[in-house]
Structure formats: structure tokens, C-alpha cells
Design a protein around this ligand. Structure first.
Ligand code: 5MM
Length: 340
């Protein structure tokens, strides 16, 4: 019989739906707002996110869940209702970012460890009472000629496993996000190197999850695609990205995981959609591949909005368009001419 965790995980990857990552920490959303010269105040963050969550058709038809930041899960809309009520009204699952960010890893230059385990059990309990049904923790691994070290991968995987077990203990589905960053250096960050590092990281993460007794049917994996770095001299073709990513997941992710929701990681929005769609067309198994995009779902809406009320409708249309394109990609039905 399916328990609640399995049901929630399956609902997150329901056909043609994916996750909106709107859990930018204050520092990150401030960086995003600086592109439109908008001050990052609680009111502006609320207006922006409220605009996204009120895009009714996008939320109802294409988005299974939204990952929130602590501020948003406790925030009220301008009209006084809770922000989370907007998600409940469109039958969108409420998620919450529970890591407290990646901090420099002592004695390992250039590497980071994600923090947030202290007091996590109590915080998860509270988020569950507020209405969350899933959570997210992002581990960050970078590619250079000296990194990642084995220690950085292991210590980040230990934290992911501890987080995931605490989530399941508290009835929340953990989104397990080991992100290999795309900004490694020019010559070192080839698609082959990304394949090697992603494979190794997934092997270690899943070994630790299993050791921690995490029920793999009650998690969602949020990985990077296997792709050359943004600055890499040798860029891979879209077919290579799709083939390598599929191969990596088939060989390094246990079959029991109910679904994969990719991060976009700095790919431009159309590339993130295109790669997802090609993978879904190409796959020969019933692996569920969807999206948990932040920038690739939001960037066009943010720029169109520009912080101005009069642009809200057009910005919502931009958001709905990207959500619809990614919904099609999650079914392998996207094509370039739909972008026009
Ligand atoms: C939306 O941004 C998330 C939170 O980032 P910070 O902790 O840096 O504020 C981030 O974890 C995001 O969910 C993932 O990176 C996926 O987003 P992208 O933009 O890579 O699809």
C-alpha cells in the first residue's frame, strides 16, 4: 500500500507537471531584483511572488508544487490572506527550503558545505503544521582542476542523508538536490568531466541515503543535467546533453526513486526546456523526468514585470508560457516553433 510520502512524491511528478523553485534566499532574490533595479523589500518580494502564485492557469495546469523560502511561507498577501492559501486554492503542494545555505568548507579551499541540520527536526515539525508537504536541501559541488574533493562530496552527502531522514520522520518528502555547478573553468568543465563528477556524487548520495534508511520511494531527486560548463571551450550538443544525462541517471539512480525534477542551473530558459523535452522523447524506460526550475521558469516574467504594477498581466503571461513549455517538455511534446 502507498503511504503518504509515496503519494506526495508521485503527485510532484504527475504527468505534465513540475515544481516552481521560488525559494530564493533574501541574498539571492536581492541579486535577481538588482537586474530590474528594484529594491529587495519584504513588500516587493511579496508582490513578485504573489504575482506568480496568482497566475491561475499556470499553477493549476502545469505546476505540481512550489518551494518557498521561510519568509514567504509565513507571509500574508496584500489582501491579508496567507500566501500559502493561494497555493492551496490551485491544489499546488507547498514546499519549503530548509537548508540555511552553503558555507565555506573549512580547510578545503573553494569548496562549500550546506548547513542547517541544527534544530532541523523542530523546524520541519513546524513547517508541517503550517502546511508544507515537501522540503528542499541543496548541496553544491564545483568543478575545478582540484575539486571536487572526495571529502566535500562525502560530507555534503552525509548532510543530505541526515536531512532526508529527518524529513521522512516528520512526514515531508525530501527533495534531494546535489548540484554540480555549471561555472567551472574553461578547459576543465567539459561534459565528460561533468558526467564523471555527477555519477560519482549520485553514487555517494544514494549510498548514504540507503545507510540512513531513507525510503527512496518517498524522495524526489533534483539533479543538474550533465552538461559542459557555461564557460567551457567545448560546448556539448543538445543531443549529447540528453544522452549523457539519461545514461548517468540510468546507471547511478536506483529505480525505486519515483521521479527526477531537474534544476536549470543557469542554462537559458529555452535550453532548459529543450533538453528536458529531448530526454523525455529519447528515454526507453518509464523514468519520470520533470522540472524544478527557478531561473528558467522565472527570468522572463521577472524582466517583463520590472517591478511595475502595469506590467503584471504581461509578466504573468510570460510565466504561464514558460510553465506551459516545460509542461510539454515533461511529456516530450515541446517543439521550438511553440516558442514563437
Ligand atoms: C530558487 O533558488 C534556490 C535557492 O537558492 P539560494 O539558496 O542560493 O538562495 C535554488 O536552490 C534553486 O532551487 C535551485 O538552484 C534551482 O534553481 P535554478 O535557477 O538553478 O533552476
Amino acid at each position: 500500500m502507498k503511504n503518504n510520502l509515496h503519494q506526495t512524491a508521485e503527485k510532484l511528478v504527475e504527468d505534465g507537471k513540475g515544481i516552481l523553485a521560488a525559494d530564493e534566499s533574501t541574498a539571492t532574490i536581492t541579486k535577481r531584483f538588482s537586474q530590474i533595479n528594484l529594491e529587495s523589500t519584504p513588500e516587493n518580494r511579496r508582490s513578485y511572488r504573489e504575482m506568480l502564485f496568482r497566475t491561475k492557469n499556470a499553477m493549476e495546469s502545469y505546476i505540481s508544487g512550489v518551494i518557498l523560502y521561510d519568509e514567504t511561507i509565513r507571509q500574508n498577501c496584500q489582501s491579508g490572506e496567507k500566501m500559502t492559501d493561494l497555493l492551496v486554492a490551485t491544489d499546488t503542494l507547498i514546499g519549503i527550503k530548509v537548508d540555511t545555505g552553503a558555507k565555506s568548507l573549512s580547510l578545503f579551499e573553494g569548496e562549500v558545505i550546506t548547513e542547517g541540520l541544527d534544530g532541523l527536526r523542530e523546524r520541519l515539525y513546524e513547517y508541517k503544521q503550517i502546511g508544507a508537504s515537501f522540503a528542499k536541501w541543496r548541496a553544491v559541488i564545483s568543478i575545478t582542476d582540484k575539486t571536487p574533493t572526495d571529502y566535500a562530496i562525502h560530507t555534503n552527502a552525509d548532510a543530505l542523508a541526515r536531512y532526508a531522514s529527518l524529513c521522512q520522520e516528520n512526514g515531508l518528502v525530501p527533495i534531494v538536490e546535489p548540484e554540480i555547478l555549471m561555472d567551472g573553468d574553461k578547459s576543465k568543465h567539459t561534459i565528460d568531466r561533468c558526467y564523471e563528477v555527477t555519477s560519482k556524487t549520485l553514487d555517494i548520495v544514494f549510498a548514504k541515503l540507503i545507510d540512513a534508511k531513507v525510503d527512496l520511494k518517498g524522495i524526489i531527486l533534483k539533479p543538474n543535467m550533465v552538461i559542459a560548463g557555461i564557460n567551457a571551450l567545448d560546448q556539448a550538443t543538445e543531443i549529447e546533453v540528453a544522452e549523457q544525462t539519461l545514461k548517468c541517471l540510468e546507471e547511478h539512480m536506483p529505480d525505486s526513486v519515483p521521479g527526477v525534477c531537474f534544476l536549470s542551473g543557469g542554462q537559458n530558459d529555452v535550453d532548459a526546456t529543450k533538453h528536458l523535452s529531448i530526454m523525455n522523447k529519447m528515454k526507453e524506460t518509464d523514468i519520470k523526468l520533470s522540472f524544478s526550475y527557478g531561473r528558467a521558469l522565472q527570468q522572463s516574467a521577472l524582466i517583463t514585470w520590472g517591478g511595475k504594477d502595469e506590467n503584471m498581466l504581461e509578466a504573468q503571461q510570460a510565466f504561464e508560457h514558460r510553465a506551459q513549455m516545460n509542461s510539454l517538455a515533461a511529456k516530450g511534446e515541446w517543439s521550438e516553433n511553440l516558442e514563437k
